[in-house]
Design a protein around this ligand. Structure first.
Ligand code: BGP
Length: 462
């Protein structure tokens, strides 16, 4: 029997993107980011050797793009500000041309009744700051806090929801553990320093925010994956606990509760992986926690006790304490290699409800990247039923989470128009709208039509 999934009044429907992945360079004199730099020196590591120079040219096309969002059921959208655009050297004087650009963008969102959610950092470290040590350096933390302070001053009158970071775990994993972000270091101790300093930067930005006495709220966007043990065997359970500590609670606990999990700290001490910090740092983290939470959900993590003994000569990694494993018969996005497990989103929401004070939250990213979508074109439109199924499958569990009392007030799909991805460039397409890279032509996909009705009806039937 069909059912209509009705969402609470005022639910935020929309999508998300980031500056580096959609703006293009523009003409404000944007400073280089680590992505521009890495692309310059190692093009071969980017799919089809496409870099972030042009992307979908939001810089020049924001007006039409925002109108199209409105048409396709959006009442909100998460964008990010580019630190390197506003401060080409990372600090010093703000760039007035960049301010003008973002003022126009924000005003256009508001004029179209699409509420902008603003994220302050989405993987895009200004190269000038990376040269000073990136997130390993407390000077960079300070420069970031000053940058955010300026943003609150400049745009705070119009923004209702702020986010300090998108997925701060990403640069830790990518840049210091697994070699998929610049600076391509493999060193867990440096990774923990980067993680700690990012958490401190988040808290310092929140502290600055509070000084502005704005009516809006501020929080952080985390990529969370519910962690499932293979079995109830005690070593499988312990493995899952470690996996959860390193990859979820490492950020979730300090950012929402202001404290690091004791077992995580004890483990870092045991393996001599502690970052440097001061008591004052811990105090700032304790006193400046998130007021709202963005949850990015793509895939679950499945953990089991390690099959083999650790090679203690290899660099320390959290995986010394667990193995991840593949669920036989899992639903799977073959293009991205990620398991699709819709119920995971319900488990995540319930975890936030039960263990993190039911903080006001929204699903800030969820989506499906598919390669070669042109093969699905029918009558000039990409017939992406798989994406519609993906969205519905997750929304049903979000609906259930809300029924169970979870404080979830929105859903933002990744993404609106096919965007540039960190190393995959334009390999996998996530958009509700397809992009012809050569002509910049936008064409609404079938999922875009679905989204239009979703927003209009505040829900869907299935
Ligand atoms: C998230 C990031 C996004 C986006 C998305 C899809 O982790 O916040 O920036 O890129 O994942 O991942 P990918 O582009 O790697 O396929």
């Amino acid at each position: 029997m069909k059912k209509f999934y009705n969402f609470p009044e005022g639910f935020f429907w929309g999508s998300a993107s980031s500056a580096e992945q959609s703006e293009g360079k523009g003409n404000t004199g944007k400073g280089k980011t680590i992505w521009d730099h890495w692309f310059e020196i190692e093009k071969n590591r980017f799919f089809d050797e496409v870099g972030p120079d042009v992307t979908s040219d939001f810089f020049n096309r924001y007006d039409d793009d925002i109108k199209l969002m409105k048409e396709l059921g959006h009442n909100s959208f998460r964008m990010s500000l580019s630190w390197a655009r506003l401060f080409p050297n990372g600090d010093g004087e703000v760039n007035e041309k960049a301010v003008e650009f973002y003022n126009k963008v924000i005003d256009t969102f508001i004029a179209n009744e699409v509420t902008p959610f603003v994220n302050l950092y989405h993987f895009d470290m200004p190269m000038a700051m990376q040269e000073k040590g990136g997130w390993e350096s407390k000077k960079v933390v300070k420069a970031y806090a000053n940058y955010t302070d300026k943003c609150f001053e400049l745009f705070g009158d119009r923004i209702e929801r702020w986010f300090t970071f998108n997925e701060p775990l990403g640069p830790v994993l990518g840049g210091y553990m697994q070699d998929f972000h610049y600076p391509n270091v493999i060193d867990f101790k440096r990774a923990t320093q980067v993680a700690f300093n990012t958490i401190l930067a988040n808290a310092k930005a929140i502290r600055k925010f509070k000084k502005h006495n704005l009516k809006s709220k501020i929080g952080i966007v985390l990529n969370l994956s519910p962690t499932y043990p293979r079995s109830s065997n005690k070593y499988d359970l312990e493995a899952a606990e470690y996996c959860d500590l390193f990859y979820n609670r490492s950020f979730l606990d300090p950012c929402v509760k202001g404290e690091f999990p004791k077992k995580l700290v004890d483990t870092l001490k045991k393996y001599d992986q502690m970052p440097e910090y001061t008591k004052e740092d811990l105090k700032i983290i304790k006193e400046n926690t998130a007021q709202i939470l963005g949850i990015n959900y793509y895939e679950p993590r499945r953990a089991k006790a390690r099959d083999n003994a650790v090679n203690t000569k290899s660099p320390f990694m959290p995986e010394w304490l667990f193995d991840t494993y593949v669920l036989p018969g899992r639903k799977f996005n073959q293009y991205r290699g990620w398991e699709i497990y819709e119920k995971g989103i319900l488990d995540l929401c319930n975890n936030v409800k039960d263990n993190y004070g039911n903080i006001e939250a929204f699903i800030s990213e969820n989506g499906m990247g598919v390669a070669d979508e042109a093969r699905f074109i029918e009558n000039g439109q990409i017939n992406d039923d798989y994406r519609i199924e993906f969205i519905k499958g997750h929304l049903k569990y979000i609906h259930k989470a809300i029924e169970e009392g979870c404080n979830i007030n929105g859903y933002h799909l990744w993404t609106f128009i096919d965007c540039w991805s960190w190393m995959n460039a334009y390999k996998n397409r996530y958009g509700l709208v397809s992009l012809d890279l050569k002509t910049q032509k936008r064409t609404v996909k079938k999922s875009g039509e679905f989204y239009k009705l979703l927003g209009k009806n505040n829900g869907f039937e299935d």
